[in-house]
Design a protein around this ligand. Structure first.
Ligand SMILES: [Zn+2]
Length: 289
């Protein structure tokens, strides 16, 4: 069932649990993620990026997610969140279309402009009963030997994070503490989380934190991040890699199949398996602190 994002984020925050926020890009990934959440009865977030809005259309993606989540076969609460919007206008359009949580990413702007843009979105969103995620610091990859690491000078500064939250009134905060976006990191030694930085942010910022670029992060690190205030764990790359690996295998093994549905049944099942593994990895952390 599709619910308001606050019904997923705040119970998790209060109980010191973490929810997974999966990026969805089309019908196959939406079906797989909803089925995974349903199979494990796990409240879960759908994230939609600007790229996916361009690909599917804003109303189409909202209705797709809503229709799939509201199917009686789906026995989990799910919500829809806008990921990394870069303009006020996209946030407003998303709120009008039915998103109950939006992220305005002004992290590439100077701090004062990030505050100004984010505050403007918060003012509009809160009038419409919608949550806002902001971001301070940026997840920028730098190659260091065999390891792809996050540029440390761009990581979230704890004092700045506190000031940002106080000045903007955001509901959740995306933090840059060592993880990275994208698939490139999967082909290097994985980046490591700066836990002491995360702990400092957690001490100063009393709202749910979002860990972006969490694909590939081992379960024990996700568990530790959760114990240091991470309520939302963003997973995009692992879903996409699962999708394409499976699709390539099926196309190769069923070279003479001309019904795309026959190709896609196992692909959807594989994406669901990947999503379930991620949900299970986090479930081991439930109620442990
Ligand atoms: Zn992100």
């Amino acid at each position: 069932m599709l619910v308001h994002a606050r019904k997923i984020i705040y119970p998790a925050y209060r109980r010191r649990q973490a929810v997974v926020a999966f990026n969805t890009i089309n019908a196959e990934t939406t079906l797989a993620i909803a089925r995974a959440a349903s199979a494990l009865r796990r409240p879960t977030l759908f994230e939609v990026s600007e790229k996916t809005i361009t690909y599917l259309g804003l109303n189409t993606v909202v209705e797709l997610v809503r229709t799939i989540c509201d199917d009686p076969s789906i026995k989990a609460s799910l919500a829809i969140h806008l990921d990394h919007a870069h303009t006020y206008e996209i946030c407003v359009a998303a709120i009008k279309a039915g998103f109950t949580s939006v992220m305005i990413d002004g992290s590439a702007l100077p701090f004062s402009q990030n505050v100004k843009l984010t505050k403007r979105v918060v003012d509009y969103a809160h009038k419409h009963n919608v949550l806002v995620q902001g971001e301070v610091g940026a997840l920028k990859p730098v190659v260091k030997g065999a390891r792809l690491v996050a540029a440390s000078d761009l990581m979230t500064d704890p004092a700045q994070a506190r000031e940002f939250v106080a000045k903007t009134g955001v509901d959740t905060l995306g933090v840059a503490v060592g993880t990275l976006h994208g698939a490139m990191k999967m082909f290097h030694k994985l980046p490591q989380i700066d836990f002491s930085r995360l702990n400092s942010i957690h001490q100063l910022v009393k709202i749910p934190l979002a860990l972006h670029g969490a694909s590939g992060v081992p379960a024990k690190d996700l568990k530790k991040a959760r114990s240091l205030g991470v309520t939302i764990v963003n997973i995009d790359t692992e879903i996409r890699l699962s999708y394409l690996t499976s699709l390539r295998r099926e196309l190769k093994s069923q070279e003479h199949e001309y019904d795309p549905r026959v190709i896609f049944y196992p692909v959807i099942a594989d994406i669901q398996k990947t999503a379930e593994q991620k949900l299970k990895a986090l479930s081991t952390t439930y109620g442990t602190r």
